[in-house]
Design a protein around this ligand. Structure first.
Ligand SMILES: [Mg+2]
Length: 121
């Protein structure tokens, strides 16, 4: 089974994402900020990470940079979630190592199509 780590400080978003991902046959785990997510990845790297941008403690961008600098055996796909649709944000995230992005609020079809793009659905 494919694994997905949902990283978001919103419990509601995590719950919605989990529900969608489980219908797509993912085994889902959750983290509520970047630091928690980094610890989870070091313990067990998921296949794909759904990553929020704005979070307390450690932002999605800081997490992404740390993840891409970390010495890990395999590279997780990262789909970052944003309410910002500015190209500057998207470009910065791609440069930092994101594979795709999805706008909030997302639905099942949108998320599935993004996961297909990164080869995960
Ligand atoms: Mg947030």
């Amino acid at each position: 089974m494919k694994t997905c780590l949902v990283v978001d400080d919103s419990k509601v978003i995590r719950k919605v994402a989990r529900h969608i991902l489980e219908t797509l046959d993912f085994t889902v785990s959750e983290a509520c900020d970047g630091r928690e997510a980094l610890q989870a990845c070091m313990a067990s790297m998921p296949d794909v990470i759904l990553l929020d941008w704005n979070m307390p403690v450690m932002s999605g961008m800081d997490f992404l940079r740390a993840l891409r600098e970390a010495d890990v055996p395999r590279r997780a796909k990262v789909v970052f979630c944003t309410t910002e649709n500015g190209m500057a944000y998207i470009r910065a995230a791609i440069e930092a190592g994101a594979d795709e992005y999805v706008m909030k609020p997302f639905d099942r079809e949108t998320l599935e199509s993004k996961l297909q793009i990164v080869g995960m659905a």
